[in-house]
Write a protein that binds this ligand. Sequence first.
Ligand SMILES: Cc1cc2nc3c(=O)[nH]c(=O)nc-3n(C[C@H](O)[C@H](O)[C@H](O)COP(=O)(O)OP(=O)(O)OC[C@H]3O[C@@H](n4cnc5c(N)ncnc54)[C@H](O)[C@@H]3O)c2cc1C
Ligand code: SF4
Length: 326
Amino acid sequence: MNNFSYKQAASAKEATASHQGKSEAYIAGGTTLLDLMKANLEEHSLLVDINLLPFRGIEQTKDGLRIGAMERMSDVGEHPLVVQQYPAVSQSLLLAASPQLRNMASIGGNILQRTRCGYFRDAAFPCNKRVPGSGCPAQTGDNHNLAILGVSENCIANAYPGDLAVALAAFDAVLTLENAKGKQRRVPVTEFYLLPGNTPQKETVLEPGELIVAVTLPPAAHTQRSTYLKVRERSSYAYALASAAVGLDVQAGTIRSARVALGGVGAQPWRSREAEKVLTGAPATEATFRAAATAALQGAQPREHNRYKVELAQNTLVRALQTVVG
Ligand SMILES: Cc1cc2nc3c(=O)[nH]c(=O)nc-3n(C[C@H](O)[C@H](O)[C@H](O)COP(=O)(O)OP(=O)(O)OC[C@H]3O[C@@H](n4cnc5c(N)ncnc54)[C@H](O)[C@@H]3O)c2cc1C
Ligand code: SF4
Protein backbone atom coordinates (compact mmCIF):
# COMPACT_ATOMS: atom_id res chain seq x y z
CA MET A 1 0.00 0.00 0.00
CA ASN A 2 1.38 3.44 -0.91
CA ASN A 3 1.89 6.21 1.64
CA PHE A 4 -0.89 8.78 1.65
CA SER A 5 -1.98 11.95 3.42
CA TYR A 6 -5.29 12.26 5.20
CA LYS A 7 -7.55 15.27 5.53
CA GLN A 8 -10.94 15.69 7.13
CA ALA A 9 -13.30 17.99 5.19
CA ALA A 10 -15.81 20.05 7.13
CA SER A 11 -17.96 20.98 4.13
CA ALA A 12 -18.70 19.85 0.58
CA LYS A 13 -16.83 22.92 -0.69
CA GLU A 14 -13.73 21.97 1.29
CA ALA A 15 -13.97 18.33 0.16
CA THR A 16 -14.30 19.11 -3.56
CA ALA A 17 -11.54 21.77 -3.35
CA SER A 18 -9.17 19.08 -2.03
CA HIS A 19 -10.10 16.55 -4.73
CA GLN A 20 -8.16 17.58 -7.83
CA GLY A 21 -8.12 14.33 -9.80
CA LYS A 22 -7.19 10.65 -9.69
CA SER A 23 -4.55 10.91 -6.99
CA GLU A 24 -7.15 11.96 -4.40
CA ALA A 25 -10.07 9.89 -3.15
CA TYR A 26 -12.94 10.48 -0.79
CA ILE A 27 -13.17 8.10 2.12
CA ALA A 28 -16.51 7.37 3.81
CA GLY A 29 -16.67 4.07 5.76
CA GLY A 30 -13.44 2.93 4.10
CA THR A 31 -14.66 -0.68 3.95
CA THR A 32 -13.86 -1.15 0.28
CA LEU A 33 -11.50 1.70 -0.62
CA LEU A 34 -8.80 0.52 1.79
CA ASP A 35 -9.02 -3.07 0.49
CA LEU A 36 -8.42 -1.76 -3.03
CA MET A 37 -5.46 0.30 -1.87
CA LYS A 38 -3.94 -2.54 0.16
CA ALA A 39 -4.06 -4.74 -2.95
CA ASN A 40 -2.39 -1.93 -4.96
CA LEU A 41 -5.40 -1.79 -7.28
CA GLU A 42 -5.91 1.89 -6.48
CA GLU A 43 -3.20 4.37 -5.46
CA HIS A 44 -4.13 7.71 -3.89
CA SER A 45 -1.78 10.27 -2.38
CA LEU A 46 -4.56 11.98 -0.39
CA LEU A 47 -7.69 10.59 1.28
CA VAL A 48 -10.35 13.23 1.93
CA ASP A 49 -12.57 12.10 4.80
CA ILE A 50 -16.18 13.09 4.10
CA ASN A 51 -17.75 11.77 7.30
CA LEU A 52 -18.39 15.29 8.67
CA LEU A 53 -20.38 16.39 5.61
CA PRO A 54 -24.05 17.03 6.31
CA PHE A 55 -25.22 14.40 3.80
CA ARG A 56 -27.45 12.86 6.43
CA GLY A 57 -31.09 12.21 7.18
CA ILE A 58 -33.89 9.99 5.93
CA GLU A 59 -36.86 12.22 5.25
CA GLN A 60 -40.07 12.45 3.30
CA THR A 61 -39.91 15.19 0.63
CA LYS A 62 -42.26 16.19 -2.19
CA ASP A 63 -40.10 14.09 -4.58
CA GLY A 64 -40.14 11.01 -2.37
CA LEU A 65 -37.98 9.51 0.36
CA ARG A 66 -34.61 11.27 0.49
CA ILE A 67 -31.67 9.41 2.01
CA GLY A 68 -28.39 11.20 2.73
CA ALA A 69 -25.33 9.57 1.11
CA MET A 70 -23.47 9.46 4.43
CA GLU A 71 -26.18 7.45 6.17
CA ARG A 72 -24.96 3.98 7.20
CA MET A 73 -26.32 0.88 5.48
CA SER A 74 -27.67 -0.57 8.74
CA ASP A 75 -29.47 2.65 9.74
CA VAL A 76 -31.17 2.92 6.35
CA GLY A 77 -32.05 -0.78 6.16
CA GLU A 78 -33.74 -0.64 9.58
CA HIS A 79 -35.42 2.75 9.22
CA PRO A 80 -39.24 2.47 9.62
CA LEU A 81 -39.96 4.62 6.53
CA VAL A 82 -37.72 2.43 4.37
CA VAL A 83 -39.08 -0.81 5.85
CA GLN A 84 -42.71 0.27 5.34
CA GLN A 85 -42.50 2.05 1.99
CA TYR A 86 -39.66 0.22 0.23
CA PRO A 87 -39.33 -3.30 1.73
CA ALA A 88 -37.10 -4.37 -1.18
CA VAL A 89 -34.63 -1.56 -0.46
CA SER A 90 -34.53 -2.45 3.23
CA GLN A 91 -33.98 -6.14 2.43
CA SER A 92 -31.25 -5.39 -0.13
CA LEU A 93 -29.31 -3.55 2.58
CA LEU A 94 -29.84 -6.06 5.37
CA LEU A 95 -28.88 -9.03 3.17
CA ALA A 96 -25.58 -7.36 2.20
CA ALA A 97 -22.14 -7.95 3.71
CA SER A 98 -22.03 -8.44 7.52
CA PRO A 99 -23.46 -6.46 10.47
CA GLN A 100 -20.01 -4.95 11.17
CA LEU A 101 -19.64 -3.77 7.56
CA ARG A 102 -23.19 -2.44 7.42
CA ASN A 103 -22.62 -0.41 10.58
CA MET A 104 -19.59 1.25 9.02
CA ALA A 105 -20.43 1.46 5.31
CA SER A 106 -22.22 4.42 3.78
CA ILE A 107 -24.89 4.56 1.08
CA GLY A 108 -22.60 6.58 -1.23
CA GLY A 109 -19.74 4.12 -0.77
CA ASN A 110 -22.03 1.18 -1.44
CA ILE A 111 -23.16 2.68 -4.72
CA LEU A 112 -19.51 3.18 -5.75
CA GLN A 113 -18.11 -0.22 -4.81
CA ARG A 114 -16.17 -1.96 -7.56
CA THR A 115 -16.29 -5.35 -9.25
CA ARG A 116 -15.31 -8.57 -7.47
CA CYS A 117 -13.95 -10.09 -10.72
CA GLY A 118 -10.98 -12.16 -9.53
CA TYR A 119 -8.73 -10.96 -12.35
CA PHE A 120 -9.49 -7.32 -11.58
CA ARG A 121 -8.69 -7.97 -7.91
CA ASP A 122 -5.30 -9.59 -8.65
CA ALA A 123 -2.76 -7.16 -10.08
CA ALA A 124 -0.72 -10.10 -11.45
CA PHE A 125 -3.32 -10.57 -14.24
CA PRO A 126 -4.12 -8.36 -17.22
CA CYS A 127 -7.52 -6.66 -17.02
CA ASN A 128 -9.05 -4.11 -19.39
CA LYS A 129 -10.85 -2.41 -16.55
CA ARG A 130 -7.63 -1.85 -14.57
CA VAL A 131 -5.22 -1.41 -17.47
CA PRO A 132 -7.14 -0.51 -20.65
CA GLY A 133 -6.05 -2.62 -23.64
CA SER A 134 -4.31 -5.29 -21.55
CA GLY A 135 -6.95 -7.99 -22.16
CA CYS A 136 -9.77 -9.80 -20.40
CA PRO A 137 -8.77 -13.27 -19.12
CA ALA A 138 -12.28 -13.74 -17.69
CA GLN A 139 -13.75 -14.30 -21.17
CA THR A 140 -12.36 -17.84 -21.24
CA GLY A 141 -11.10 -18.20 -17.67
CA ASP A 142 -12.94 -18.34 -14.35
CA ASN A 143 -16.12 -16.44 -15.07
CA HIS A 144 -18.54 -18.38 -12.86
CA ASN A 145 -19.59 -15.32 -10.84
CA LEU A 146 -19.53 -12.78 -13.67
CA ALA A 147 -22.21 -11.14 -15.79
CA ILE A 148 -24.30 -12.49 -18.67
CA LEU A 149 -26.28 -9.36 -19.59
CA GLY A 150 -24.82 -6.15 -21.03
CA VAL A 151 -21.35 -7.68 -21.39
CA SER A 152 -18.81 -7.01 -24.15
CA GLU A 153 -15.75 -8.71 -25.60
CA ASN A 154 -13.67 -6.34 -23.50
CA CYS A 155 -15.25 -7.03 -20.11
CA ILE A 156 -17.88 -9.31 -18.57
CA ALA A 157 -17.69 -8.05 -15.00
CA ASN A 158 -20.58 -7.07 -12.78
CA ALA A 159 -19.18 -3.55 -12.43
CA TYR A 160 -21.50 -3.13 -9.43
CA PRO A 161 -21.57 -6.47 -7.58
CA GLY A 162 -23.71 -5.34 -4.62
CA ASP A 163 -27.38 -5.28 -3.71
CA LEU A 164 -28.70 -1.81 -2.89
CA ALA A 165 -28.35 -0.31 -6.38
CA VAL A 166 -30.38 -3.19 -7.83
CA ALA A 167 -33.36 -2.20 -5.67
CA LEU A 168 -32.71 1.49 -6.40
CA ALA A 169 -32.73 0.78 -10.15
CA ALA A 170 -36.04 -1.08 -9.85
CA PHE A 171 -37.79 1.83 -8.15
CA ASP A 172 -36.47 4.69 -10.30
CA ALA A 173 -34.28 6.18 -7.58
CA VAL A 174 -32.45 9.40 -8.44
CA LEU A 175 -28.97 10.41 -7.23
CA THR A 176 -28.14 14.00 -6.34
CA LEU A 177 -24.52 14.81 -7.26
CA GLU A 178 -22.49 17.93 -6.45
CA ASN A 179 -19.36 19.20 -8.20
CA ALA A 180 -16.51 21.51 -7.17
CA LYS A 181 -18.49 24.61 -8.22
CA GLY A 182 -21.24 23.65 -5.79
CA LYS A 183 -23.51 22.83 -8.71
CA GLN A 184 -25.92 19.96 -8.19
CA ARG A 185 -27.39 17.61 -10.81
CA ARG A 186 -29.79 14.70 -10.58
CA VAL A 187 -29.07 11.39 -12.30
CA PRO A 188 -31.40 8.35 -12.28
CA VAL A 189 -29.65 5.23 -10.95
CA THR A 190 -30.57 3.49 -14.22
CA GLU A 191 -28.37 6.03 -16.05
CA PHE A 192 -25.58 6.24 -13.48
CA TYR A 193 -23.72 3.00 -14.32
CA LEU A 194 -22.12 2.56 -17.76
CA LEU A 195 -21.98 -0.65 -19.76
CA PRO A 196 -18.42 -1.90 -20.45
CA GLY A 197 -18.52 -1.66 -24.26
CA ASN A 198 -15.06 -0.62 -25.46
CA THR A 199 -14.29 1.37 -22.30
CA PRO A 200 -14.72 -0.91 -19.28
CA GLN A 201 -12.51 1.43 -17.23
CA LYS A 202 -15.39 3.96 -17.22
CA GLU A 203 -17.86 2.63 -14.69
CA THR A 204 -20.20 5.52 -13.87
CA VAL A 205 -21.08 9.02 -15.06
CA LEU A 206 -19.58 10.53 -11.88
CA GLU A 207 -17.03 13.23 -12.77
CA PRO A 208 -13.67 13.35 -10.92
CA GLY A 209 -14.22 15.02 -7.56
CA GLU A 210 -18.01 14.96 -7.83
CA LEU A 211 -19.81 13.90 -4.64
CA ILE A 212 -22.91 11.79 -4.15
CA VAL A 213 -25.08 13.90 -1.85
CA ALA A 214 -28.27 11.85 -1.57
CA VAL A 215 -30.55 9.31 -3.17
CA THR A 216 -34.28 9.91 -3.59
CA LEU A 217 -36.88 7.18 -3.99
CA PRO A 218 -40.07 8.42 -5.68
CA PRO A 219 -43.43 7.22 -4.33
CA ALA A 220 -45.33 4.64 -6.40
CA ALA A 221 -48.06 2.05 -5.95
CA HIS A 222 -45.70 -0.87 -6.61
CA THR A 223 -43.03 -0.02 -4.02
CA GLN A 224 -44.84 -1.20 -0.86
CA ARG A 225 -45.59 -4.60 -2.31
CA SER A 226 -41.98 -5.35 -3.10
CA THR A 227 -39.20 -7.75 -2.23
CA TYR A 228 -35.50 -8.37 -2.79
CA LEU A 229 -34.45 -11.99 -3.22
CA LYS A 230 -30.75 -12.82 -3.14
CA VAL A 231 -29.25 -16.19 -4.10
CA ARG A 232 -25.66 -16.76 -3.03
CA GLU A 233 -23.14 -19.52 -2.34
CA ARG A 234 -23.63 -19.28 1.42
CA SER A 235 -26.25 -17.58 3.52
CA SER A 236 -24.12 -14.78 4.91
CA TYR A 237 -21.27 -12.53 3.89
CA ALA A 238 -21.45 -13.32 0.19
CA TYR A 239 -22.29 -11.47 -3.01
CA ALA A 240 -25.29 -12.47 -5.10
CA LEU A 241 -24.92 -15.05 -7.85
CA ALA A 242 -28.35 -13.80 -8.89
CA SER A 243 -30.85 -11.51 -7.24
CA ALA A 244 -34.15 -9.86 -8.05
CA ALA A 245 -35.79 -6.68 -6.81
CA VAL A 246 -39.44 -6.67 -7.75
CA GLY A 247 -42.51 -4.58 -6.99
CA LEU A 248 -46.05 -5.21 -8.15
CA ASP A 249 -49.31 -3.33 -8.02
CA VAL A 250 -51.94 -6.07 -8.30
CA GLN A 251 -55.66 -5.36 -8.36
CA ALA A 252 -58.31 -8.09 -8.62
CA GLY A 253 -55.67 -10.56 -9.77
CA THR A 254 -54.35 -8.34 -12.57
CA ILE A 255 -50.94 -6.66 -12.51
CA ARG A 256 -51.45 -2.91 -12.95
CA SER A 257 -47.76 -1.98 -12.81
CA ALA A 258 -44.51 -3.85 -12.25
CA ARG A 259 -40.90 -3.07 -11.52
CA VAL A 260 -38.11 -5.59 -12.05
CA ALA A 261 -34.34 -5.34 -11.65
CA LEU A 262 -31.80 -8.16 -11.52
CA GLY A 263 -28.49 -8.31 -9.67
CA GLY A 264 -25.49 -10.62 -10.06
CA VAL A 265 -26.17 -11.16 -13.76
CA GLY A 266 -25.80 -7.73 -15.36
CA ALA A 267 -22.75 -5.62 -16.15
CA GLN A 268 -24.75 -2.94 -14.33
CA PRO A 269 -27.76 -3.20 -11.97
CA TRP A 270 -30.13 -4.68 -14.56
CA ARG A 271 -33.54 -3.06 -14.91
CA SER A 272 -35.65 -5.40 -17.01
CA ARG A 273 -38.23 -3.42 -18.94
CA GLU A 274 -38.80 -6.57 -21.04
CA ALA A 275 -40.06 -8.42 -17.95
CA GLU A 276 -42.14 -5.41 -16.85
CA LYS A 277 -43.80 -5.31 -20.27
CA VAL A 278 -44.84 -8.97 -20.00
CA LEU A 279 -46.15 -8.48 -16.45
CA THR A 280 -48.13 -5.28 -16.95
CA GLY A 281 -51.81 -5.97 -17.62
CA ALA A 282 -51.38 -9.74 -17.26
CA PRO A 283 -52.89 -12.04 -14.62
CA ALA A 284 -50.64 -12.56 -11.58
CA THR A 285 -50.03 -16.25 -12.25
CA GLU A 286 -47.03 -18.54 -12.41
CA ALA A 287 -47.34 -18.71 -16.22
CA THR A 288 -47.04 -14.91 -16.45
CA PHE A 289 -44.05 -14.92 -14.07
CA ARG A 290 -42.30 -17.61 -16.17
CA ALA A 291 -42.91 -15.64 -19.36
CA ALA A 292 -41.50 -12.51 -17.69
CA ALA A 293 -38.40 -14.43 -16.54
CA THR A 294 -37.83 -15.76 -20.06
CA ALA A 295 -38.10 -12.23 -21.46
CA ALA A 296 -35.70 -10.86 -18.83
CA LEU A 297 -32.93 -13.26 -19.81
CA GLN A 298 -33.54 -13.24 -23.57
CA GLY A 299 -30.44 -11.18 -24.35
CA ALA A 300 -28.09 -13.20 -22.11
CA GLN A 301 -24.60 -13.90 -23.45
CA PRO A 302 -23.22 -16.50 -21.04
CA ARG A 303 -19.66 -17.82 -21.12
CA GLU A 304 -18.53 -21.36 -20.31
CA HIS A 305 -18.71 -21.25 -16.51
CA ASN A 306 -21.64 -18.91 -15.95
CA ARG A 307 -24.27 -20.58 -18.16
CA TYR A 308 -26.04 -21.77 -15.03
CA LYS A 309 -26.93 -18.14 -14.29
CA VAL A 310 -29.57 -18.01 -17.03
CA GLU A 311 -31.79 -20.56 -15.30
CA LEU A 312 -30.79 -19.40 -11.82
CA ALA A 313 -31.79 -15.79 -12.57
CA GLN A 314 -35.06 -16.91 -14.15
CA ASN A 315 -35.96 -19.02 -11.12
CA THR A 316 -34.90 -16.21 -8.77
CA LEU A 317 -37.19 -13.77 -10.55
CA VAL A 318 -40.15 -16.19 -10.56
CA ARG A 319 -39.70 -16.85 -6.83
CA ALA A 320 -39.45 -13.14 -6.05
CA LEU A 321 -42.68 -12.46 -7.98
CA GLN A 322 -44.44 -15.34 -6.20
CA THR A 323 -43.27 -13.94 -2.85
CA VAL A 324 -44.71 -10.52 -3.60
CA VAL A 325 -48.05 -11.94 -4.67
CA GLY A 326 -48.03 -14.16 -1.58
C1 LIG B 1 -16.25 -8.91 2.81
C2 LIG B 1 -17.21 -7.97 2.16
C3 LIG B 1 -18.45 -8.42 1.78
C4 LIG B 1 -19.35 -7.54 1.17
N1 LIG B 1 -20.57 -8.01 0.78
C5 LIG B 1 -21.44 -7.15 0.17
C6 LIG B 1 -22.72 -7.60 -0.25
O1 LIG B 1 -23.08 -8.75 -0.09
N2 LIG B 1 -23.53 -6.69 -0.83
C7 LIG B 1 -23.18 -5.38 -1.02
O2 LIG B 1 -23.97 -4.58 -1.55
N3 LIG B 1 -21.97 -4.94 -0.64
C8 LIG B 1 -21.12 -5.80 -0.04
N4 LIG B 1 -19.89 -5.35 0.35
C9 LIG B 1 -19.48 -4.00 -0.03
C10 LIG B 1 -19.82 -3.01 1.04
O3 LIG B 1 -21.22 -2.80 1.03
C11 LIG B 1 -19.04 -1.75 0.68
O4 LIG B 1 -17.71 -2.01 1.11
C12 LIG B 1 -19.55 -0.52 1.36
O5 LIG B 1 -20.90 -0.28 1.08
C13 LIG B 1 -18.72 0.69 0.93
O6 LIG B 1 -19.12 1.80 1.68
P1 LIG B 1 -18.01 2.71 2.41
O7 LIG B 1 -18.73 3.86 2.99
O8 LIG B 1 -17.18 1.90 3.34
O9 LIG B 1 -17.17 3.15 1.14
P2 LIG B 1 -15.64 3.61 1.03
O10 LIG B 1 -14.77 2.39 1.06
O11 LIG B 1 -15.35 4.69 2.00
O12 LIG B 1 -15.67 4.24 -0.43
C14 LIG B 1 -15.92 3.47 -1.58
C15 LIG B 1 -15.76 4.35 -2.83
O13 LIG B 1 -16.79 5.32 -2.87
C16 LIG B 1 -16.26 6.64 -2.89
N5 LIG B 1 -17.22 7.42 -2.11
C17 LIG B 1 -17.76 7.09 -0.92
N6 LIG B 1 -18.73 7.94 -0.59
C18 LIG B 1 -18.81 8.86 -1.59
C19 LIG B 1 -19.64 10.01 -1.84
N7 LIG B 1 -20.61 10.38 -1.00
N8 LIG B 1 -19.45 10.71 -2.98
C20 LIG B 1 -18.48 10.35 -3.87
N9 LIG B 1 -17.67 9.29 -3.68
C21 LIG B 1 -17.84 8.54 -2.56
C22 LIG B 1 -14.87 6.51 -2.31
O14 LIG B 1 -14.01 7.51 -2.80
C23 LIG B 1 -14.45 5.14 -2.83
O15 LIG B 1 -14.02 5.23 -4.15
C24 LIG B 1 -18.98 -6.20 0.97
C25 LIG B 1 -17.73 -5.73 1.38
C26 LIG B 1 -16.84 -6.61 1.97
C27 LIG B 1 -15.50 -6.10 2.39
S1 SF4 C 1 -14.20 -9.17 -16.82
FE1 SF4 C 1 -13.66 -6.99 -16.74
S2 SF4 C 1 -12.85 -6.78 -14.68
FE2 SF4 C 1 -12.75 -8.96 -15.16
S3 SF4 C 1 -10.75 -9.36 -16.17
FE3 SF4 C 1 -12.19 -8.88 -17.78
S4 SF4 C 1 -11.88 -6.68 -18.07
FE4 SF4 C 1 -11.10 -7.15 -16.06
